[in-house]
Design a protein around this ligand. Structure first.
Ligand SMILES: *Cc1c(COP(=O)(O)O)cnc(C)c1O
Ligand SMILES: [Zn+2]
Length: 501
């Protein structure tokens, strides 16, 4: 809809102005730093940073009801820069002029209610938010749109030039980074580091297709991450991992989208989120806090972080109920089908500790919980979901397994509705489905395929037929007719079909 068609009271707010006062804030020493320089860790103490809008109080002057209307009206606005995460411009990147924003179709992913069968099986009303429907088929695109829009802005102002963007990845970060960087070439080039044989063939194909320089490194993601950190500390490169606070800021849109998709009625809502490097859960917690503080939502939803028992350092940290006695210890990861979350030493752990405390204090009760789930349950729930009309990845299966676990633990009440994060598209992880169907999981996964889920193609090649069609070699009409008749009869007999009269 054209700007002049919107109601007069909305028009002044419709197109955001450049505003705000964004700084990097160190979570450990509390010092702040100018954003003119690309920073990833605190130059004073080395801890991770978050972006803070020092002028955020201005947002509280606008009533919550006006914000809610504004975001709803903006849904009808065809200004492309604001179709994705920058619908929430004032919260996601108020310092960015619209013409520096990179939009490739990220954000605003659909929320799909589970069918009755599946809800009965699980025992709660629940939904998947399908983040596999982002452009590179994972949630990472929100953060990448934010990081690359900011870099694009810096290039525009002449503060930086000839950027080489680098990241380490369990697959999806590199797919996303390479996609956005290729859109901005030749100003930006990208190089991605992947743990050798620890990303799926589909995920490997993505940065290759985008033209990134792709490096495979021995070991697991945590090893890769150290190499990339060394690169970003010693060389002039832009780091695109979630250590980069701009990634977190962009991913906060996930929470804003959910608030809007439920008409800002967050009472009795719970979210389930898989945790790897812990950037996603950091962003989600931070996002809800900001909408709550601005009066756009009036309750803070329950947030449940899930990890596989094969990579569960965050879960283990919170096992200790006394916050003073908690000590963070990285774990050595074991093979996981939730491979995109197979991380033993999450970079965002200090952010999680900081924000979980703040969230629970703001809500005046515990609102963030953690569960861990077996590899078997991740696979079984992923397959169950997809047999009921979903397209969830293994990490989405992890979310659902986490919900089932949280119900068993009494974390999710009867009247609560739950939104499970399906963080990527099922197709990226179809190799695990194949291993399940063909019973080929190596020992380390500890997965035994259940017979009822198995599914394999059947070749129909009736023996009575001497010849069948081949590519480039069609059968003569009579033989072809015979082929169609006999083949269809064989299929009908396998399916036990009744003949029409
Ligand atoms: C990155 C990723 C995760 C883990 O998210 P973090 O922000 O690293 O905690 C989970 N699922 C998928 C599909 C991912 O790509
Ligand atoms: Zn510091």
């Amino acid at each position: 809809m054209k700007v002049e068609k919107f109601p007069g009271r909305i028009q002044p707010y419709l197109l955001p102005k450049v505003d705000g006062e964004i700084v990097y804030r160190c979570l450990l020493c509390n010092k702040e730093f100018d954003i003119k320089k690309l920073l990833y860790t605190c130059p004073v103490c080395g801890s991770v940073l978050l972006l803070e809008d020092k002028a955020a109080d201005r947002l509280k002057k606008i009533p919550g009801a006006v914000w809610r209307d504004l975001f709803d009206y903006r849904k009808m606005l065809n200004v492309r820069a604001m179709r994705g995460i920058y619908r929430y411009h004032e919260f996601i990147g108020p310092i960015l002029p619209l013409d520096s924003i990179v939009y490739l179709g990220e954000g605003d992913t659909p929320v799909i209610e589970a069918n009755g069968l599946l809800q009965n099986k699980v025992g709660r009303k629940f939904y998947f938010k399908n983040d596999g429907q982002n452009p590179s088929a994972s949630f990472k695109d929100r953060g990448m749109a934010s990081a690359l829009s900011y870099i694009n802005y810096l290039i525009g102002t002449g503060s930086v030039s000839e950027i080489l963007a680098v990241c380490a990845s369990t697959g999806d970060t590199s797919a996303s980074a390479a996609l956005y960087a290729s859109y901005l070439q030749p100003k930006i080039k990208s190089a991605v580091l992947l743990p050798h044989k620890k990303v799926t063939p589909q995920q490997l194909a993505q940065p290759l297709g985008s033209g990134a320089a792709v490096f495979e490194i021995p070991g697991v993601f945590d090893d890769c991450m150290k190499v990339v950190e060394a690169l970003s500390e010693n060389y002039n490169v832009a780091l695109l991992n979630s250590k980069n606070a701009w990634r977190i800021l962009g991913q906060e849109s996930y929470s804003y989208e959910i608030a809007q998709q439920f008409d800002y009625d967050i009472d009795n809502k719970a979210l389930v989120v898989p945790i790897g490097n812990a950037g996603n859960i950091t962003a989600i917690i931070s996002g809800f806090l900001k909408f709550f503080e601005t009066g756009i939502i009036t309750t803070l939803p329950k947030i449940i972080g899930v990890q596989s028992v094969h990579a569960d350092p965050v879960f283990r940290y919170y096992l200790e109920p006394d916050s003073k006695k908690r000590v963070f210890e990285p774990v050595t990861v074991r093979p996981s089908v939730a491979q995109a979350a197979m991380i033993g030493n999450p970079v965002s752990m200090p952010r999680v500790i900081h924000l979980v405390k703040k969230y629970n204090e703001t809500a005046r009760e515990q609102r963030v919980f953690f569960v861990d789930v077996t590899e078997q349950s991740i696979m079984d729930w992923q397959l169950t979901a997809n047999r009921n009309g979903h397209i969830v990845c293994t990490q989405g299966g992890e979310s659902l397994a986490g919900l089932v676990e949280a119900i068993a633990d009494g974390i999710v009440e009867k009247n609560e509705e739950v939104i499970c994060d399906s963080t990527a598209h099922a197709l990226k992880f179809s190799g695990f489905q194949e291993m399940y169907f063909e019973d080929r999981f190596p020992e380390g996964y500890e997965i035994r395929p259940k017979r009822e889920f198995r599914n394999t193609p059947r070749l129909v090649r009736p023996k009575v037929l001497k010849e069948v069609p081949e590519p480039g070699k069609p059968l003569p009409p009579k033989q072809f007719e015979e082929f169609v008749r006999i083949t269809s009869e064989e299929i009908a007999s396998i399916l036990d079909l009744k003949k029409k009269h």
